[in-house]
Design a binder for this molecule. Structure first.
Ligand SMILES: Nc1ncnc2c1ncn2[C@@H]1O[C@H](COP(=O)(O)OP(=O)(O)OP(=O)(O)O)[C@@H](O)[C@H]1O
Length: 665
C-alpha cells in the first residue's frame, strides 16, 4: 500500500510539521495558521505571472506618480524663466549665449548663441527650454508630458484594479475550496462540538473578507512602498531640508500606527468571534424551526436574538470608535504634512520668492504623491487587521488534521473492487474519542459472513448505532481491527472505493436540496434516467413522483422538508436500488414510521437485502425475525447473545427480557 504523501499545506505550516504532529497526537491537531501577510505571499508565489504583472504595473504607476512633481518643477521653471531673462536683459545688448550663461543652468533660451536679443524675444516663455535626455523641452512640451503621464496613470490604475480584483477572487475561491475539501474529509468527531453556522461564517464570510482585502492590499502596499521612497528621492532633489521635515513627521505617524495595530487586532478578533457565535445560533434555530413552531416560542427567540446582538453591538461599537480615532489621527497627520511644509518653506525661503515659488509648488505636489498611497493604506488598516483575524480562523479549518486517514490522496490505499469475503471484527474495543472515559463496546470478535443478514438489538445506548459508525469508518476501533474481504484492514483501504459498495439507510434520511432525480442519483452519478426510474419503481416511489406536477424535476426542500417520513425512506431505498451496494447497513431504517408504512417499506427493504451482506440495527421484531443471526448488545457489555430469532426466543437471557418487556414491538 502506498504511504501517505505529505499534504501540501502552504499557510505557515510546513508539511513536515503537520506529519510530525500527526504522528505524535491522537486527536485532531489544531494549530494557528499564517497571518494575512503570509497568506498573500503564498498566493503571490502561487500566481507568479499575475504577481509579476501586478508589480510591473505598480512600478509603472508609481514611477509616473513620482515623476509628476519633477515635471511640474521643470514646467514652472520654464514658465518663470522670462522674468529672470528680463532681469538680465539690457536693451538689446545681450546675446543668446550671454543670457544662457546668466540663467541658472537648468533653463536655456533658444537660438543662435551670437544673436542679439529683443525684449519681445526675451519675454516670450516659448523661447525657453530645458534639456530632457538631450531633448529641448519648452513649458508646453512639459504639459504634454504631464498629460501623457495621466494616461499612463489611468491605464495602470485599470490594470492594477483588474489584477488585484482577480487575485482577490482567486484567493477567496481557493480558500473556500480548500476549507470545504478539508471539511468533507474531516472526522465525524470534528463536528461533535461545532455549530454549522460557525463553520459557515468562516467559509463564506471570512474567506470573502480575505479575498476583498487581497484585491486592494498588495497593490496599494507595493505602490505605497515604491511611491514613498521614490517620492522621497525626488523630494531630496527638490529640497533636502524640507525633505528632512517630512521624514520626521512620517516617523511619528508610523509609531502611532504601529502601537494601535495590536489593540485593534485584539478587538477585531473579539468581534469576529461574537458574530461567528451568533451565526452558529441562527443556523441552529433555523434548522430546529419545527421545535420553535411547535412550542410557540417565537417571541422568546426574538428576545434571545436581541440579547445576543446587544453583545455584538457593544464589541463592534468599541472597535468602530477605535478605528475612527486611528483614521482621524492618520488623516490629520498626513494632511498636516502639506501645511507644515508651506509654513517651514515660507520661514526658510522668504528672502528668495522665485525659488520659493518653483520649489514649493513642486514640493507640495511631491508630498501629495507620497501621501496619496499612504492615505489609502491608512484607510485599509482596519481591513488588514480584520483580514488577519479571518486568516487565522480559516486556517483553523484548513490546518486541522483528520485522525482518520481515508487514503484519498493520489495512489494511496487499497482499492476495493468487490466485496468478495466476510467482514471480520477482531478484538474490537470502542470508546468515542470525544468521551474516551466511557467504554461503549468492550473487546469482542465477530464475523459477518458474505451474503447473510444480521440484526443488532439491545436497549437504548447499548451501542447498536456505534456498530454502523464503525462499519462506515466514521470512527476507527479504539483497539483491534475491522477487516473486509476476510483480511483487508479497513484502515488501509481507499475509503471511497469501499463506501462505493456500501449502502446506508438511517432513521433520519439525508435528503439534499435539489430535484428528486438528483437525490436518487446521489451515489451513482453515471446512472441513466431509465435506471433511476427503474430504481424508483422498485422502491414504490414512481407513482407518487409522477403524481407531482414536475415529476422527477420536483425540487425537494432542504433536508426533504416537503416529504413525509415514509416518502423520504422510499427515496433513500430508491437511491440504494440504484447504487446496488454489496453491503447494506440499515440503522433503524423503519423505526420512525407507523406500522402500515413500516410494513410497506419493510417489503421494499427485504427486496433490497436479497443476496447482500446486511447489517440491521433494529427495534422492531418484524425487522429482525427473518435475519440469519441476531446479535444482542448489553449496555457497556458488548455482545451478550448471538442466535436466530427462534433460538433466542427460547433462551433465558437478555433477548428474552427485551422481548418480554415489549422492547421489540
Ligand atoms: N459522538 C459521540 N460521542 C460520545 N458518546 C457518544 C457519541 N455518540 C453516541 N455516544 C454514546 O455511545 C453510547 C452508544 O450509542 P449508540 O447510538 O450506539 O446507542 P444505540 O444502541 O444505537 O442507542 P439507540 O437505540 O437509543 O439508538 C451512548 O451512551 C451514547 O451516549
Amino acid at each position: 500500500m502506498a504511504k501517505k504523501t505529505a499534504v501540501n499545506e502552504p499557510l505557515n505550516l510546513s508539511s513536515k510539521n503537520l506529519n510530525n504532529e500527526k504522528k505524535h497526537k491522537d486527536f485532531n491537531v489544531k494549530k494557528k495558521g499564517g497571518s494575512f501577510t503570509k497568506t498573500i505571499i503564498y498566493y503571490m508565489k502561487k500566481n507568479k505571472w499575475m504577481t509579476f504583472f501586478m508589480i510591473l504595473i505598480c512600478v509603472i504607476s508609481s514611477v509616473a506618480t513620482v515623476l509628476g512633481p519633477k515635471l511640474i518643477q521643470n514646467m514652472m521653471a520654464n514658465l518663470l524663466a522670462p522674468s529672470s531673462g528680463l532681469d538680465y536683459f539690457n536693451n538689446g545688448t545681450k546675446t543668446v549665449g550671454e543670457l544662457n550663461n546668466l540663467l541658472d543652468g537648468k533653463v536655456f533660451i533658444s537660438g543662435d548663441e551670437n544673436q542679439f536679443l529683443t525684449e519681445e524675444f526675451v519675454s516670450n516663455s516659448k523661447n525657453y527650454f530645458t534639456l530632457f535626455f538631450g531633448l529641448h523641452f519648452g513649458w508646453d512640451k512639459w504639459i504634454y508630458l504631464q498629460l501623457s503621464l495621466f494616461v499612463v496613470l489611468g491605464v495602470s490604475a485599470y490594470f492594477s484594479s483588474y489584477l488585484g480584483g482577480t487575485m482577490g477572487k482567486n484567493v477567496e475561491i481557493d480558500l473556500r475550496n480548500r476549507s470545504l475539501e478539508k471539511l468533507v474529509k474531516q472526522d465525524m468527531s470534528y463536528y461533535s462540538d461545532k455549530k454549522i453556522g460557525e463553520i459557515l461564517t468562516k467559509i463564506v464570510s471570512d474567506t470573502q473578507i480575505i479575498g476583498d482585502q487581497t484585491a486592494s492590499v498588495p497593490v496599494t502596499m507595493i505602490s505605497a512602498f515604491i511611491t514613498f521612497f521614490g517620492s522621497l528621492g525626488v523630494l531630496v532633489t527638490i529640497d533636502w531640508k524640507l525633505t528632512l521635515i517630512v521624514i520626521a513627521i512620517m516617523f511619528v505617524l508610523l509609531i502611532v500606527l504601529q502601537s494601535t495595530f495590536t489593540v485593534v487586532g485584539r478587538m477585531s478578533k473579539r468581534v469576529r468571534k461574537t458574530i461567528t457565535t451568533i451565526n452558529g445560533d441562527v443556523t441552529d434555530r433555523i434548522s430546529t424551526v419545527r421545535l420553535i413552531k411547535s412550542s410557540g416560542t417565537e417571541a422568546y427567540e426574538n428576545e434571545r436574538f436581541n440579547e445576543v446582538h446587544k453583545e455584538y453591538y457593544k464589541k463592534s461599537f468599541t472597535l468602530i470608535t477605535m478605528q475612527s480615532f486611528i483614521s482621524t489621527v492618520m488623516t490629520a497627520g498626513i494632511s498636516s504634512v502639506q501645511i507644515i511644509i508651506v509654513i517651514c518653506s515660507a520661514i526658510l525661503y522668504k528672502d528668495n520668492p522665485q525659488y520659493l515659488t518653483v520649489t514649493l509648488s513642486a514640493f507640495i505636489s511631491g508630498v501629495g504623491s507620497m501621501v496619496g498611497p499612504l492615505m489609502t493604506l491608512s484607510r485599509l488598516v482596519s481591513g488588514i487587521i480584520q483580514a488577519s483575524t479571518c486568516c487565522y480562523r480559516v486556517n483553523e479549518i484548513i490546518l486541522t488534521v483528520p485522525r482518520i486517514d481515508t487514503h484519498y490522496e493520489e495512489g494511496e490505499g487499497i482499492i476495493v473492487d468487490e466485496i468478495e469475503g466476510n467482514i471480520v471484527f477482531k478484538d474490537v474495543e470502542f470508546r468515542y474519542p470525544e468521551k474516551p472515559e466511557q467504554l461503549i463496546l468492550p473487546k469482542f470478535n465477530f464475523v459477518f459472513e458474505k451474503g447473510k443478514s444480521y440484526a443488532f438489538v439491545g436497549e437504548t445506548g447499548a451501542g447498536k448505532s456505534t456498530i454502523s459508525k464503525l462499519l462506515l469508518r466514521f470512527y476507527d476501533p479504539s483497539t483491534g481491527d475491522i477487516f473486509i474481504n476476510d483480511n483487508v484492514n479497513l484502515k488501509d483501504v481507499h475509503l471511497s472505493s469501499y463506501l462505493d459498495k456500501v449502502g446506508y439507510v438511517e432513521q433520519e434520511p439525508q435528503i439534499l436540496y435539489g430535484t428528486v432525480m438528483d437525490n436518487i442519483k446521489y451515489g451513482n452519478f453515471n446512472a441513466t434516467d431509465e435506471e433511476i426510474i427503474s430504481a424508483s419503481k422498485k422502491a414504490e416511489l414512481h407513482d407518487l413522483v409522477m403524481s407531482w406536477p414536475n415529476g422527477y424535476d420536483t425540487i425537494l426542500g432542504e433536508r426533504g422538508f416537503m416529504l413525509s417520513g415514509g416518502q423520504k425512506q422510499r427515496l433513500i431505498i430508491a437511491r440504494m436500488f440504484l447504487k446496488n451496494p454489496q453491503i447494506l447497513i440499515l440503522d433503524e431504517a423503519t423505526s420512525a414510521l407507523d406500522n402500515i408504512v413500516e410494513k410497506e417499506i419493510q417489503e421494499e427493504l427485504e427486496k433490497l437485502m436479497k443476496n447482500r451482506t446486511t447489517i440491521s440495527i433494529a427495534h422492531r421484531l418484524s425487522t429482525i425475525m427473518n435475519c440469519d443471526q441476531i446479535i444482542v448488545l448489553g449496555r457497556n457489555q458488548g455482545i451478550v447473545q448471538v442466535g436466530t430469532y427462534e433460538q433466542l426466543k427460547e433462551e433465558h437471557g437478555h433477548f428474552k427480557r427485551l422481548y418480554e418487556a415489549g422492547l421489540m414491538n
